[in-house]
Every structure is written in structure tokens, then in C-alpha cells.
Design a protein around this ligand. Structure first.
Ligand SMILES: O[C@H]1[C@H](O)[C@@H](O)[C@H](O)[C@@H](O)[C@H]1O
Length: 679
């Protein structure tokens, strides 16, 4: 049966100036169909889909989809970039405040005589507070709006920075670190949402990913500031911690003049303001259709009885949002389980293993590590709209898993070839250190360090000695307790062993950052900003950001214990295993959101959870379709799902006997199976 043979395909991009088949379709026969009719029918079909739970039915190309295509030809006003920049300062502060503490701690522990417990408290309290405030930020976000939340976050950042820079004792420092954490939590869940809501669909991925670029940029600048002020042994930490006030003030004053998200305004019934803001962020484009579509989608949400009651319960009880939440939280969990913060934290030690012995040099090389993280995040910003979220995340996980394996093998070979302990000086305190026969066993005990002489690459005259409780830079007693810079003076290795396999570990570290940063470092934040419908967006992002911070604390707090039980190579093999699980999760569950308007993304979650890539063995594609007919002629529209992306198509031929047929995709005819009978 021949129905109609004009191709219609939404996702691909077209050469400049060329009309896509879909655009051609729009300017010819599609004009005959009343789009309102189509969208009403789509709405009622969606409603039915929701009622019968797991079945999937995807609407035909809506005006929104058409707009998203046409948008690509229109230039984006500078104002959108300005908004993205000022919001992403929140990401910068997130990166700066989480990154700066390691350098500040080196000085603080000496000046304030901090015990290991207090050092741990000052580092983890920020992340813990971020977890709590991210979780509660969802409520604030829905209630007060994105703009006010960003203002609150920058105000808190200012307050925290001031408290930290004037602190006279460790109690006040703790208050400052908790305050800063509260700001980080709110910023981490609000900024991506705000940017996603003001961006045009074809640039959304890139603009939201800029926030991640600012996070790693903040971490990089923090490491440079740490390096610069490490020479100032008195009060250097005050500058390190206090400098964050500058970007916070800039953001605060910027946001006084910047507008609220048009989507949030519309949700609150502030239609006039919403129209104005949409006009400002879309420049000279016609905003009427986008405005109508956002409003229609808000009205539809209202009609579908998803208003009233506790939002998280509504998210959990409605299939598409429940699935989106699982995907969002899963991504954030796997981001942290891939061990990024352990690798970053451990980079100084890895560099020491590679032969960098001086503390100052190690600090600067750690800055090079965060620079690598930053540069490769830039690759993510560049690739996100080219290859899409799904492929970028999959590629990133693959590379991350392989480089973690390389790191683990490097650590394994280092452990197997670990230098023996040859000297056993009398230990009057009978510490456990005297029991170890090799450097590997000695360095895994946090109370001991390895003291040795070196000739080229061979180690001799080595001993395992208790560490100085006041500073891990020296042994508690013996020749490594008062070392000099002179040649012939022994080396003191705390937390690492001298090894000739350090090149492998170093290579693993660089490859790890190069693969993690563009995809796993960025996509969990980007994808979460887009996958929830408006009514669930604040709460969905709050939950997933909370999961990110909770796993961040868990992984950092458990790393040293894990390393003690499993050794370093065991720990890195474990992360590699977790990355494989993450890879399977993304392969099965993450749909492609590239190019779709926010209001259309909910449709991606109407099918059963984790059925992406679940294509039938005969390699055909499944088509979910909606029949539309007008008074003039019948036409069948569909949406084909392949590799978890949606392409809208028109159906060329269909057979009633086996539900097989042909659809036009990008002017090519493709064989498909219809999931519902066309007849
Ligand atoms: O996306 C960021 C980024 O990758 C950072 O480097 C890391 O420290 C954060 O934990 C993560 O959320």
C-alpha cells in the first residue's frame, strides 16, 4: 500500500543552505495538515501511553521539533552567551572551592597544628554540606526560581570565602568550609538547569557543558593559586581560600541584572515576563511558536494530573520521570565511581613515583594534572553537539576503563618489583613498621614511610620507619628525620615507592584524564539538565546532584581503606570494574537528547527502562507511529528509534500481513517493523 513518499527526518544536520527533507516536507504537503490537530492527538496518545505504563508511542514532528530544526539557521544572540558565562561562574566556584583545599591544607596543618581527623573534616565537610544543600535546593529552585537560587548561592560563596580568610581557629574554618559547601550544592544543581532553559536546542549541550568547563577551570586556577601562595608559609592559605570571593561578587552583581528562566516564569503564570525574556534570549527570531509550545506543554502537564502532592513521589510514580531519574542518578553515581577525585587527589603521589621528589615541584605538576582535565573538558564542549551525548559518554567510559586498567597494571608491576627493606635499625617504640620486608607493604601502612638511598635507578640501604606525626614530609627519627638537599642524603617516600614502572602509571594518568574529562566529566551534568519535564526538573536535578556529592564523599573517604585492603592496583582494578558496569548502564539506558527541544525529551523515556540498543536480532528497526489523517488525504507519521535516538519519519509503504514496511530517512528508504498494526 503506498501512502506517501516524502522523507522527514529531524535529527541530522544539513549542509549550509540545503533544505532538509523535513523542511521540504514542511513547505509542501505537510502544510495541509493542521498542526494543532496533530498535537492534540499526540497529547491524548501520550496520556494513554502513560496510563498503560510501559508502552511506548512517540509523537510526530511537532512545531517544536520543526522549530528546533529551523533554529539552526538563525544566529544566537550574544545575550545567551552572557547568561551562560555569568551562570557558569557558579561552576567555577564549585571547582575552585573543591580544588583549592589540598594546597591550603599543606600550610594550614602546619600553622594550626591540625590532626589527621581535622584535616579530613575540613575537606569532607564541604562535600557533605554540598550533598545536603543540593538535595534541598530542588525545593528552593521550584519555589524561588533559578535566578534567586543563583543569587543565594553567590551570596553564600561570598560569606564562606570571607569567613575562611579571616578564620582565627579551626572551628571557624570548619564553619567557613560548611558554608562554602552549601553554596556549591545549590550552584551545582541550579546552574545547568538555568542554562538549559535559556539556550536554543541546537546549542544547549554546548552551553550547559561550558558549566563543566568552568568547574575544571576553577580546579585548575585553584591549583595555580595553591602553587603561587605555597611560597608564603605565613597566612598563604588565607589568600588561597579567600580569593573565591572575587568571582562570587562578580556573579552576584551580574545576576542582579540578569533575567529569570522563561520556562520557570511561565510555570508560575508570569506570562508577560516570560515572553519578554524569551524575546531577549532569542534575539530577532520569532518566539511565538516556542512560547506557545512551552505553555502548551505546561498546560498538558497540568491536565495530566501531575500537579499537586510531593514532587518526588509524583516523579517516582510516573513511568517516564521515574526512568529519567534512574538514568540521571545512575550517570552521576558512575561519574564518581570512576574514581575521578581519587585520581586527581592521588596525582601528586603518582608524580612522586615518577621521580618528582620535591614538594613544590609536585604542587606545580598537580596543576598540570588539573590543566589536562580542563583542556580535555574543552574537547567535550566541542564534541557534544557533533557526536551527541550518548556516543560521547560511551567513548569516554571505554577510554576511562582502559586507562584505569593501565594504571592498575602499572601499580601491580611496581608492587611486584617493589624494593626490599635491607636495613632494620633498632626501633625503641616497637612500631609495626619494623615488620615489613618490602617498600610496598611499608607504604600501605599509613604510620610508616620508606627511607632509602638511590644510585641511578637502583635502591639500596633502605628501611621502613615510623612517620613524623607532625608532618608526613619526614620520618619520626633516624636519617630520614632531618634530611638535607645535599647529595648523599637519603630519600623519604611516604605513600609511594620508587619504581621503574612509573612511566606506565604516568601514561595511565594522562590517558585517564583525556578520556574521562570530555564525556564522563561533563555529560552527567548536561544530560540531567535536559531529561526531566519542567514540573520535575528542579527535584530531578536536586536528587541527581545529591547522588553525585554523596558518592563523591564515599569514594574519597574510602579510598585509603580500600587501598589498604586491596592495595593500590586492586583499588584501580576495582574502579575499572565499576566503569565496565557504568558502560553497560549507559549502553542500555541512556537515550540521545541532542537537538531535541526540552519539551520533547520526556518522550524518550516512554519505553521500558534500559531498552536502548535492544534491537531485534534481524537488525530491523522498530517504529512507533501515530496515524494522522486530514480531510484531504491520509498520512502516516512515525518516529523511528535506533541506537536510542529518535528520528521522525514518514512512512512510505507498509504491509498488513507482517507489519513490515519502508520509511524514508534522510531520503534513503529503510526497512522497518511497525510495533503496532497500521491497519
Ligand atoms: O564534573 C566534575 C569534574 O569532572 C570534576 O573534575 C570533578 O572533580 C567533579 O567531581 C565532577 O563532578
Amino acid at each position: 500500500m503506498h501512502l506517501w513518499s516524502q522523507g522527514a527526518y529531524v535529527t541530522p544536520t544539513w549542509p549550509p543552505g540545503a533544505q532538509s527533507p523535513y523542511q521540504r516536507a514542511l513547505s509542501s504537503s505537510l502544510n495541509d495538515y493542521t498542526l494543532k490537530q496533530m498535537s492534540n492527538r499526540t497529547g491524548s496518545r501520550r496520556q494513554r501511553t502513560a496510563e498503560d505504563g510501559e508502552r511506548s508511542l512517540i509523537g510526530p514532528p511537532s512545531r517544536r521539533a520543526r522549530d528546533s530544526l529551523l533554529d539552526q539557521d538563525v544566529s544566537t544572540p550574544f545575550f545567551v552567551y552572557l547568561l551562560a558565562f555569568f551562570s557558569a561562574l557558579g561552576g567555577f566556584l564549585f571547582g575552585y572551592d573543591t580544588g583549592v583545599v589540598s594546597g591550603a591544607m599543606l600550610l594550614l596543618k602546619k600553622e594550626m597544628h591540625l590532626s589527621a581527623l581535622w584535616q579530613e573534616l575540613l575537606v569532607s565537610s564541604t562535600v557533605g554540606a554540598a550533598a545536603l544543600s543540593a538535595l534541598s535546593g530542588g525545593f528552593l529552585n521550584g519555589w524561588l526560581g533559578r535566578r534567586i537560587c543563583i543569587l543565594i548561592a553567590s551570596f553564600i560563596f561570598c560569606g564562606g570565602g570571607i569567613i575562611l580568610s579571616v578564620a582565627q581557629n579551626k572551628g571557624v574554618l570548619l564553619v567557613g568550609r560548611i558554608t562554602v559547601g552549601l553554596g556549591i550544592g545549590i550552584a551545582s544543581m541550579t546552574v545547568p538547569v538555568y542554562i538549559a532553559e535559556v539556550s536554543p536546542p541546537h546549542l544547549r549541550g554546548q552551553l550547559v557543558t561550558i558549566n563543566s568547563l568552568f568547574i575544571t577551570g576553577g580546579q585548575f586556577i585553584a591549583s595555580v593559586v595553591d602553587g603561587a601562595f605555597s611560597y608564603l608559609s605565613q597566612d598563604g592559605w588565607r589568600y588561597m581560600l579567600g580569593l573565591s570571593v572575587l568571582p562570587a561578587v562578580l556573579q552576584f552583581f551580574g545576576f542582579i541584572f540578569l533575567p529569570e528562566s522563561p520556562r520557570w516564569l511561565l510555570q508560575k503564570g508570569r506570562n508577560q515576563e516570560a515572553r519578554q525574556v524569551l524575546g531577549r534570549v532569542r534575539g530577532n527570531q520569532n518566539i511565538e511558536e516556542e512560547y506557545d509550545s512551552i505553555r502548551a506543554s505546561i498546560e498538558e502537564e497540568g491536565k495530566e494530573a501531575r500537579s499537586g502532592g510531593v514532587v518526588i513521589l509524583r516523579i517516582l510514580s510516573y513511568g517516564p520521570t521515574r526512568r529519567a531519574l534512574i538514568v540521571g542518578c545512575g550517570l552521576q553515581m558512575f561519574q564518581q565511581l570512576s574514581g575521578i577525585n581519587t585520581v586527581m587527589y592521588y596525582s601528586a603521589t603518582i608524580l612522586q613515583m615518577a621521580g618528582v621528589r620535591e614538594d613544590k615541584q609536585a604542587i606545580w605538576l598537580a596543576a598540570a594534572t588539573s590543566a589536562t582535565n580542563f583542556v580535555f573538558t574543552l574537547v567535550g564542549v566541542w564534541l557534544v553537539e557533533k557526536v551527541g551525548r550518548r556516543k560521547l559518554t560511551l567513548g569516554s567510559l571505554l577510554g576511562t576503563g582502559l586507562s584505569l586498567t593501565l594504571l592498575a597494571v602499572g601499580f601491580l608491576l611496581s608492587a611486584q618489583n617493589s624494593p626490599p627493606v635491607t636495613l632494620h635499625p633498632v626501633d625503641s617504640h616497637n612500631s609495626t613498621c619494623r615488620l615489613y620486608g618490602s617498600c610496598e607493604l611499608c607504604m600501605l601502612d599509613p604510620d610508616c614511610g620508606f627511607c632509602y638511598l638511590e644510585n641511578g635507578t637502583s635502591v639500596f640501604d633502605s628501611s621502613c620507619i615510623p612517620v613524623n606525626p607532625g608532618s608526613t614530609d619526614n620520618a619520626a627519627w633516624g636519617r630520614c628525620s632531618n634530611r638535607t638537599e645535599e647529595s648523599g642524603s637519603p630519600y623519604w617516600a611516604y605513600n609511594y615507592c620508587p619504581t621503574s614502572y612509573s612511566w606506565m602509571v604516568l601514561l595511565g594518568l594522562i590517558l585517564y584524564l583525556a578520556s574521562f574529562a570530555p564525556g564522563m566529566g561533563t555529560m552527567p551534568w548536561t544530560v540531567n539538565s535536559e531529561i526531566y519535564p519542567l514540573w520535575a526538573r528542579s527535584t530531578g536535578n536536586a536528587c541527581s546532584a545529591g547522588v553525585n556529592w554523596i558518592f563523591n564523599v564515599l569514594v574519597s573517604l574510602t579510598f585509603l581503606h580500600v587501598a589498604e585492603y586491596l592495595t593500590y592496583y586492586g583499588a584501580f582494578f576495582m574502579y575499572a570494574g565499576l566503569v565496565v558496569l557504568g558502560l553497560l548502564f549507559v549502553l542500555c539506558c541512556l537515550p540521545e537528547t541532542k537537538g531535541l527541544q526540552l519539551e520533547d525529551i520526556e518522550n524518550l523515556f516512554t519505553r521500558q527502562l534500559c531498552s536502548c540498543g535492544d534491537l531485534p536480532a534481524d537488525d530491523s528497526r522498530h517504529v512507533h507511529y501515530i496515524r494522522q489523517s486530514s480531510d484531504f488525504s491520509p498520512a502516516y507519521y512515525g518516529a523511528v528509534e535506533s541506537d536510542c535516538a529518535i528520528a521522525y519519519i514518514t512512512i512510505s509503504t507498509a504491509s498488513s500481513s507482517d507489519n513490515r514496511g519502508q520509511v524514508s530517512l534522510n531520503n534513503l528508504k529503510t526497512e522497518v517493523i511497525f510495533t503496532e498494526s497500521l491497519f
